[in-house]
Design a protein around this ligand. Structure first.
Ligand code: AMP
Ligand code: ZN
Length: 114
């Protein structure tokens, strides 16, 4: 999608600090980190939110999810622990409408959910 920020990051039209990449997914550092480690992990294909996930996305979602521990290991937080967040829609505070997991760690995180 031409007007999607994360699609433009996938196409390298907008620079990002990439920490993981393969044919299907991209991981890069959040521009406004909420923790010492804050990585966004996204499918390269445009899926606008959790609400748009269909059965046919099963393989990509499984892959995206299975790469999380690899990213955590690379960022040095696999053993200390980390949080995975996926915001869907207005009330969750989703601001970029291209599906993304937040991977947060590197400190003891707040336990409050909202
Ligand atoms: P969400 O609020 O769940 O939609 O998260 C969107 C995230 O994207 C926020 O944490 C932003 O800081 C992050 N973000 C926005 N623009 C960029 C960018 N150009 N590079 C990296 N992260 C970004
Ligand atoms: Zn997109």
């Amino acid at each position: 999608m031409d007007n999607c920020l994360f699609c433009r990051i996938v196409k390298k039209e907008i620079p990002s600090s990439i920490v993981y990449e393969d044919d299907l997914i991209l991981g890069f550092k959040d521009i406004q980190p909420q923790a010492p480690v804050h990585v966004l992990l996204i499918p390269k294909v445009h899926i606008s939110s959790m609400n748009e996930i269909k059965e046919e996305h099963g393989k990509i979602i499984a892959h995206l999810t299975s790469v999380i521990p690899q990213v955590a290991e690379k960022m040095g937080i696999k053993d200390s622990g980390y949080r995975v967040v996926l915001n869907c829609g207005k009330d969750a505070g989703q601001t970029v409408f291209h599906l993304h997991y937040h991977i947060l760690g590197g400190k003891t995180l707040e336990t409050q959910f909202g």
